[in-house]
Design a protein around this ligand. Structure first.
Ligand code: ZN
Length: 238
């Protein structure tokens, strides 16, 4: 069966002597693996497809669960000319999609493509874009963190703040025993994102990314290596 779909290349791995296996996030089928033949030669026509972040229209032939790329037309190469921090931000998105994005979901597909577009062409700070993407993606996967008053006393959180990974909620310091204390600025930054106010500081953005990094590790049991690298290399955080 022949099928045509837009897709973003998440990963490319060597396969046999001259072939590669692409992990694609496709509009029509979600995450799929597809073999692509003869792309290792320098002048191979479809070589561009083996770049992570490549966004293209793919022609695939499908036999059972096995896909083979028969042709592709490049729509955009999001990777090109990006600085190293933006590349880590982009890889963070590819990693979370690769771990969570299972079957077909057009909303998630467009979330990813729009994020990569904004990262390359937009004016908004890349850390702000990344936090916004992660918060929305987690929400659409059923792991959203919600803005609300303290679940115990029902009051607005005024002073010191704790975040509880299990319930994905914020509490007053004295209302929760098991949570981890976080900076108030991180909490206020989260609140701004919840209200679609993206006027946030770099410190607030980094605090929130660190919180999301911990949250994903604790709650979803996988580690986003590119996010850890971004925090470590760019901001000296472990
Ligand atoms: Zn409380």
């Amino acid at each position: 069966m022949e099928l045509k779909t837009e897709a973003v290349v998440l990963r490319a791995a060597n396969y046999k002597e001259s072939d590669m296996l692409l992990t694609l996030y496709s509009l029509n089928d979600g995450k799929i693996t597809a073999k692509i033949s003869g792309v290792k030669k320098a002048n191979a026509k479809l070589k561009f497809c083996t770049q992570p972040f490549c966004f293209a229209e793919f022609m695939l032939s499908k036999r059972g669960d096995f896909h083979t790329v028969t042709n592709a037309a490049c729509i955009d190469m999001f990777y090109q000319d990006a600085d190293i921090n933006k590349i880590y931000a982009g890889f963070t998105a590819l990693e979370i999609v690769s771990n969570l994005g299972g079957g077909e979901n057009k909303d998630r597909f467009y979330q990813l493509v729009n994020f990569l577009k904004e990262l390359k062409y937009g004016e908004v700070n890349y850390l702000t874009l990344l936090n916004s993407f992660l918060l929305n993606f987690l929400k659409s996967e059923g792991y959203g963190i919600f803005s609300a008053n303290c679940p115990v006393c029902g009051k607005k959180i005024e002073d010191r703040v704790k975040f509880d990974f299990e319930s994905a909620a914020f509490f007053c310091f004295d209302c929760n025993e098991q949570g981890t204390e976080i900076r108030r600025e991180t909490y206020l930054t989260f609140e701004k994102f919840s209200n679609n106010n993206f006027d946030v500081t770099e410190k607030g953005n980094i605090g929130l990314l660190k919180l999301l990094d911990f949250y994903i590790t604790e709650k979803l049991n996988f580690n986003i290596k590119s996010l850890s690298e971004l925090l470590k290399l760019s901001f000296g955080l472990k």
